[in-house]
Design a binder for this molecule. Structure first.
Ligand SMILES: Cc1cc2nc3c(=O)[nH]c(=O)nc-3n(C[C@H](O)[C@H](O)[C@H](O)COP(=O)(O)OP(=O)(O)OC[C@H]3O[C@@H](n4cnc5c(N)ncnc54)[C@H](O)[C@@H]3O)c2cc1C
Length: 366
């Protein structure tokens, strides 16, 4: 039976950073993914804030410098603003520096960087569970691991098999590409386009990534139908290369350690509840999980040291995002209330909420 210090399940952004950190710290590391092609099919809006914006949300500049790497060859377009569009078409625009990336290229680049650091990458290899110190593969093969890192996304198999089940709502998501407007900013549309969630238009190099997410589908409507209606209303489309997937939304869990398993990224429920963005937090948590795993096998440090590390970097802003999302949810399904609320707080209030601050015009925070 093969043996490794650290087995990382899932070669998305969380798993790639976890395996790079573990391998660079001297742990023998295996990175597994069930996909034939890493990063494909794309189940993502492909937008990232730049490092300065990220440092405004999460006060961990050193970690951001180390773990938030955006391989230059994967960037499709730089963007300078975000517009929140009300149900009746009013646009509230504010500065936000970021870029769209090709997830198809991005996930590969991060995983190959981990491979370059000494991790062994194997795919397509599905994992069906973890039993004691063994990772069980779909082929029936077993691999022995001193530490397992569950970086296998919102439906985490590792989580299910070790009884790690964070409380969350799984938003239903659809994404596609269109011949979109090639502008230097991103649009988020609230209200009827995606009741209780939002629809987006993110410009790529020669087309746009479009999609939407909702907690619950309106009666008689499907995600595809919502997307078609949204695109027709916005005068863009048709949608190509559709994919459906999930985004976990809720408060961050208190602990991401279960026995000899650590969790990172979507498997750990570390998505920003205000906008569903989870790539940066996947990378930061993955890095910290990989470091904690390596310190455990190398220096005998307790795996539980992962908890204070990720909590000090991520917990408070993620919890604030969950509170703001719960507050906004009271209005999000009523177009008139939502439009009035957006008008009342205006662009500066929406900007504040996206930056996880409480808009001054709303008075006391919930
Ligand atoms: C439609 C949509 C749009 C989004 N838009 C954005 C956005 O614009 N910006 C942003 O920041 N975030 C966005 N997100 C969220 C973002 O995609 C995730 O937060 C991010 O991908 C999390 O990274 P991860 O590494 O934790 O998980 P993932 O990227 O999901 O990677 C998990 C990996 O694990 C593998 N895997 C799963 N199960 C197994 C198994 N049993 N065995 C082996 N391998 C397995 C999968 O193949 C996958 O490669 C969006 C999500 C969706 C669904």
């Amino acid at each position: 039976m093969d043996r490794y210090d650290v087995v990382v399940v899932g070669a998305g952004p969380a798993g790639a950073l976890a395996s790079r950190a573990a391998a660079e710290s001297g742990a023998s590391t295996l990175l597994l993914d069930r996909r034939s092609e890493l990063g494909h099919p794309v189940q993502c809006g492909e937008f990232l804030p730049d490092a300065t914006e990220l440092a405004d949300l999460f006060e961990c500049p050193e970690l951001i410098r180390t773990a938030f790497e955006v391989p230059p060859g994967t960037v499709l377009r730089s963007t300078r603003w975000m517009a929140c569009v009300s149900p009746y078409g009013h646009r509230f625009t504010f500065p936000l520096a970021g870029y769209t990336v090709s997830r198809r290229a991005f996930d590969k680049a991060l995983a190959y960087r981990a491979e370059g650091a000494g991790a062994e990458l194997r795919h397509p290899v599905g994992v069906t569970g973890v039993a004691d110190d063994e990772v069980v593969l779909a082929s029936g093969e077993r691999i022995r691991a001193r530490v397992v890192i569950g970086a296998d996304g919102p439906l985490s198999t590792v989580g299910r098999s070790v009884g790690f089940a964070p409380t969350r709502t799984l938003f239903k998501m659809i994404t596609a590409t269109t011949d979109g407007p090639l502008v230097d900013g991103i649009d988020l549309h609230f209200g009827r386009a995606a009741p209780g969630g939002y629809a987006w238009v993110f410009p790529r190099l020669t087309d746009a990534n479009v999609g939407l997410g909702v907690a619950e589908l309106p009666p008689g409507r499907s995600l595809d139908r919502l997307l078609d209606d949204f695109l027709a209303g916005a005068g863009i489309g048709p949608a190509r290369e559709r994919t459906h997937w999930w985004v976990p939304v809720g408060s961050p869990p208190a602990s991401l350690v279960r026995g000899r398993a650590l969790f990172a990224g979507d498997a750990a429920n570390l998505v920003m509840a205000t906008n569903g963005g989870g790539i940066p937090t996947a990378m930061l948590s993955g890095w910290l999980a990989g470091l904690a795993a390596a310190r455990h096998v190398r220096d005998g440090r307790p795996l539980a040291e992962y908890d204070p590390a990720w909590r000090s970097a991520l917990y408070e802003p993620l919890e604030r995002a969950a509170r703001i999302q719960r507050f906004g949810d009271r209005f999000a399904r009523h177009d008139v209330l939502l439009a009035l609320g957006m008008r009342y707080i205006g662009a500066s209030g929406l900007d504040a909420m996206m930056r996880l601050r409480w808009p001054a015009r709303l008075g006391r925070r919930p």
